[in-house]
Design a protein around this ligand. Sequence first.
Ligand code: PLP
Length: 383
Amino acid sequence: MTVTLPTVYFDHNATTPVRPEVLSGMLPYLKRYFGNPNSAYRLGQETRRAVEKARAQVSSLIGAQYPDEIVFTSCGSESDAFAIQGAAVKKHLITSRIEHDAVLESFKLLEARGFEVDYVGVDRYGRVDPEEIRRFLRPDTCLVSIMFANNEVGTLQPIHEIDRICREKGVLFHTDAVQAVGKIPISVRELGADLLSLSGHKLNAPKGIGALYIRRGVRLSPLVTGHQEKERRGGTENVAGIVALGTACALAQNEMQKHSVEFLRLRKHLEVGILKLPGVRLNGHPDLRLPNTAHFSFEGVDGHALVVGLDLEGICVSSGPACSTGSVDPSHVLRAMGIAPALAKGSLRFSVGWGNSMEEVERFLEVFPKILEKQRRVLSPRS
Ligand code: PLP
């Protein structure tokens, strides 16, 4: 099948294009510098140096105190699983209803193994109340895991307050920051959090590389046993992926300020245009939200049909998280926010990112009203 490549890509929360600087930086580690970083000779030591440089770049982006607080993994999902399953040493854990499946699946697994999990709810904007977490805490709670920013609606969580509560009670705090890292400033030193997950392909590095920040002194049982990564994650390091992640983190750190202003400008223009249409609501927090993400529900229409209609125009957006495309159930995030299932089904997420322009937003605003109207007529022919 020949696929016509999209001209407008507004789905950066699903994945991002690899930036040319990232690609050119990683290629030598797939060609000339192919050595195993654990080998003693110079070919190995060259790649070891590259891995350690990348570790410092990742650690600097999230404001970690020491580079060795970063452990490389294969993806955000593995980082989440490592943090959650690795910290499950006492009977009780706490998370929220709006976490990504990468987190929820680990909790399901722990429940099946006899652990007890409490799930905090969210308000209509998708925010967790830290006091609810406090109420759930028990003497046998070993971990609280709350995402930094939601992947669907973009709402930011009160991470600092949650961290304070966990610290008071001596409970470990993990945050899935896969959608936040590279988009907004993060400092684990200032903010707290003992464990933080991130993923390369959400910040213009390739798929298949992630990292987990583990605060010094925190002990986790490894998910993959072995001697690499100081016994914390077995497996020969994905050197090219690690170099790519390091470069992407360095670029994000240098350009974050400029990019977040630009992404916010695009997002706001998009929001103003869409909110002029009839029967639409903006989901997620009005202000405490990722600068690149806007999520809407449209009355009387199916989100998937809108995605298909836009795709025919060469525009990529999503109607739900990429990993659950094809699911007929409305998103668990929207359900937790109290959005009626019929409305939730008519939802679209726009996530802008590197490479997007105002012209693209304009093009979207030109074609979208016609697609929306057409799809509404399909579902309700007589209106
Ligand atoms: N956590 C969040 C919030 C995500 O959005 C995603 C991916 O969409 C993940 C975890 C999983 O990351 P990965 O695709 O690298 O496994």
